[in-house]
Ligand binder design. Structure first.
Ligand code: L5W
Ligand code: ZN
Ligand code: CA
Length: 573
C-alpha cells in the first residue's frame, strides 16, 4: 500500500542542544585547555563526545598523546585502571587533506573488549586532541565482581549459536566463510556478562548475518539479532573486455577474465585491487562449488561464458554496478574497496525464489530476482548496490550496531551514499531503488530522502508515513527497532544539507553534493562509533564539516551552518 500525497506538516520548535562546558581544571598531566564542549551518555554518565582542544604536552608520540588525553579524562570516564590497559588502540589513520590523525580505540578489561565501548579520537598536526566520540562503560563495579574465566570454549559457543539459528531457519548445509567467535564483556539490560559474540553468515535457507551473545559461563543465549543489511581461476587467466545485456536490455562493457585451460570467460574483474567477482546462487552445481563456498566464503557457481559475451542480465548488472561503486569510492575518497585494503568484492545474484530484497551478509552482497511486480532484479539498481556496498564500508569503519538509533544511522548512511553514488539529477537522486521498484508504476521508489513523509509505511508511525522529524520516530521493536524507518530522519537531514529547503519552519541553505558527500564520508569513517546515536551523529557531522570547512573570524562556515540548521530542522540536538 503506497500512495503519494502531501501531508499536513506540524511545526516542531527547534530546541537548543544542552551541553556542559568546562574551563581549565587541574589534571594529572600538565597541559592547558581551550574551551571544551562535553556531552554525556545519559545512562552511563560518561562523555559521549568531547569537542575542543586538549593541548598535548610537548615531546609525546601520537600514541602517547592519545593515552595522555584519556588519562586526563580519567575522572570523567570513571576509570579505575591504567588507561593503557583500559583502552586498546585498534586503528590509526592519517588524513593528509586536513593534516589530522585519527585513532580508534576499544575499551577492555583484562584484555577482553567491552561490547559497544569503542571510541574515535582525533588529533591535529601537533598531537592536540580536538575531538573524542564514543562510549565508555564505567566498569568499576563490574570489574570487582566479574569473572574473566569462561566455562565454555569458543567452539561450544559457536555450536550453541548454530543450534539456535537452525531452530529458526532450518538446517544450514554450509555457512559462508568462517564463523567468528570472540570473548567479550557484554553489558545488557543493566547486567554485565562474560559472553561470546558469535557472528555467522548464511545465504540458504535464508540470508542472514547472525549475531549471538552466548553466556560464556553457562551457554545461555543472552541476546541475538540478524544484522543482515537486508572455481578457482588460475593465475595465467587473461583479463578481457567482455560484454552482455543488463537487466534493462542495455548492452554493457565490463571487465572479465578468460581461462586458457577451459577456454571459458568468468565474471571476475581483476583490474580493481583484489577483484570484483560475481556469482550465480541459483545454480550451485556440483558439490565442489558448495565445498568451495563453505571454505572460501563464495556463494554459488561461477558465471561463465564460452565467448566474451555474458547471457545473465542480473549477473551483468551486479558486476557492472559493483565496478561503478568501487570506482566511486576510489575516485572520490581514494578508498580501496570496502575495507580500504583492496578486499575482493563478491556478489551473488538469483538468491532465493523471486526474493524482493538485497543484502550485505557481513562478507558479501546478495541480490534477489524480485517477483516482477513489486521489484525486478535488484542488482539493476545502482543505488541499491551502493547501499549494500556502503554497509560493507560501515562494517569496516564505524561498524554501527544494527539495532535502534545506531542501526537507523547505518541504514541512513547506506541510503545517502547509495544515492550519491547513483548521482542522478532531479528527484530521482533522492529516491531509493526507483529503477527496480514497481515496474508498472513510474516515478516511485522504496524510500524518499527528500520527502520521507510522501511514502506510506503503515502503522509504525502516527501518520502512517516515514518520519521526517525526530519527534515522530518509531520506538517499537519491529525492524530491529526501526532501522529502516528512523533512517529517514537522518536521510532528510542529508537532503537538506545537500539541496537546502525549509522544513518545519527551519531554512537550510544547501551546500551541494560534492561537499555533502565528503562530509558524510568523513563522519562515517573517522568519527562515528558502533553505539553512535542521532545526537552524536549531529555532532560528528558538524565536526567533519568544520574540519573540511573551518570557521572564519570565529564564525561557522556556511557548510557548518547548513549542518546545524538541517539537524535543527529534523529535531536532532
Ligand atoms: C532494497 C533492498 C535492500 C531495500 N537494505 C535495504 O537494508 C534495501 C536497499 C534497497 O533497505
Ligand atoms: Zn540496508
Ligand atoms: Ca535513486
Amino acid at each position: 500500500m503506497k500512495k503519494r500525497k502531501k501531508k499536513m506538516k506540524k511545526v516542531v520548535p527547534a530546541v537548543l542542544a544542552a551541553s556542559i562546558t568546562l574551563g581549565g581544571m587541574a589534571l594529572p598531566i600538565q597541559h592547558t585547555f581551550a574551551k571544551e564542549t562535553i556531552k554525556y551518555n545519559q545512562q552511563l554518565k560518561t562523555p559521549s563526545s568531547i569537542i575542543g582542544k586538549w593541548q598535548a604536552p610537548k615531546g609525546l608520540s601520537r600514541q602517547e598523546a592519545v593515552y595522555a588525553f584519556l588519562q586526563s579524562k580519567g575522572q570523567l570516564f570513571k576509570s579505575a585502571a591504567n588507561v593503557k590497559d583500559q583502552f586498546k588502540i585498534v586503528k590509526e589513520q592519517e588524513d593528509k587533506a586536513t593534516n589530522t590523525y585519527h585513532f580508534r580505540t576499544v575499551e577492555q578489561y583484562n584484555g577482553i573488549p567491552i561490547y559497544g565501548s569503542d571510541q574515535t579520537i582525533a588529533l591535529d598536526k601537533d598531537n592536540n586532541v580536538y575531538a573524542f566520540f564514543g562510549k565508555v562503560t564505567p566498569t568499576l563495579t563490574a570489574r570487582s565482581v566479574l569473572s574473566t574465566t569462561a566455562s565454555l570454549s569458543k567452539e561450544e559457543a559457536v555450536e550453541a549459536a548454530k543450534q539456535n539459528i537452525e531452530k529458526q531457519i532450518g538446517k544450514v548445509s554450509y555457512y559462508d566463510g568462517d564463523i567468528d567467535s570472540q570473548l567479550i564483556f557484554y553489558p545488557y539490560k543493566g547486567k554485565n556478562y562474560l559472553a561470546y559474540l558469535v557472528k555467522a553468515s548464511t545465504s540458504k535457507p535464508e540470508p542472514g548475518f547472525w549475531h549471538y551473545f552466548v553466556d560464556a559461563t553457562n551457554g545461555n543465549i543472552i541476546h541475538s539479532f540478524n544484522a543482515i543489511q537486508n572455481a578457482t581461476i588460475p593465475d595465467n587467466a587473461t583479463p578481457i573486455q567482455a560484454r552482455g545485456m543488463d537487466i534493462f536490455g542495455k548492452l554493457q562493457t565490463f571487465q572479465a577474465i578468460q581461462n586458457p585451460e577451459d577456454g571459458k570467460s568468468y565474471l571476475f574483474d581483476g583490474t580493481r585491487s583484489n577483484g570484483v567477482h560475481t556469482f550465480n546462487a541459483m545454480h550451485l552445481g556440483t558439490d565442489i562449488f558448495i565445498i568451495l563456498s563453505a571454505l572460501l566464503g563464495y556463494t554459488g557457481a561461477e558465471v561463465t561464458s564460452s565467448s566474451s559475451f555474458f547471457y545473465d542480465p542480473a549477473a551483468v548488472s551486479a558486476h557492472i554496478n559493483a565496478e561503478k561503486v568501487y570506482d566511486y569510492y576510489q575516485k572520490t575518497f581514494k578508498r580501496d574497496s570496502l575495507d580500504d585494503k583492496g578486499m575482493k568484492i563478491i556478489s551473488s545474484v538469483h538468491i532465493g525464489d523471486k526474493w524482493n530484497n538485497a543484502a550485505w551478509n557481513g562478507k558479501q552482497m546478495l541480490y534477489g530476482d524480485g517477483d516482477g511486480k513489486r521489484m525486478i532484479s535488484l542488482s539493476g539498481g545502482l543505488d541499491v548496490i551502493g547501499h549494500e556496498m556502503t554497509h560493507g564500508v560501515i562494517t569496516n569503519t564505524s561498524d554501527l550496531e544494527y539495532e535502534g538509533e545506531s542501526g537507523a544511522l547505518n541504514e541512513s548512511l547506506a541510503d545517502i551514499m547509495g544515492s550519491f553514488i547513483e548521482n542522478k539529477t532531479g528527484d530521482d537522486l533522492w529516491l531509493m531503488g526507483e529503477d527496480i521498484y514497481t515496474p508498472d508504476i513510474p516515478g516511485d521508489g522504496l524510500r524518499s530522502l527528500s520527502d520521507p513523509g510522501s511514502i506510506y509505511i503503515g502503522g509504525y508511525t502516527e501518520s502512517g508515513y516515514y518520519p521526517d522529524h525526530y519527534d515522530q520516530r518509531y520506538l517499537g521493536t519491529q525492524d530491529n527497532g526501526g532501522v529502516h524507518i528512523n533512517s529517514s530522519i537522518n536521510n532528510k537531514a542529508a537532503h537538506l544539507i545537500t539541496a537546502g529547503g525549509t522544513h518545519y519552519g527551519v531554512t537550510v541553505n544547501g551546500i551541494g553534493k560534492a561537499k555533502a558527500e565528503k562530509i558524510f564520508y568523513r563522519t562515517l569513517t573517522l568519527y562515528l562509533t558502533s553505539s553512535s546515536d542521532f545526537s552524536q551523529m549531529r555532532q560528528a557531522v558538524t565536526q567533519a564539516a568544520r574540519d573540511l570547512y573551518p570557521d572564519k573570524n570565529g564564525q561557522p562556515s556556511v557548510e557548518v551552518q547548513a549542518v546545524t540548521n538541517a539537524y535543527d530542522a529534523v529535531g536532532v540536538h
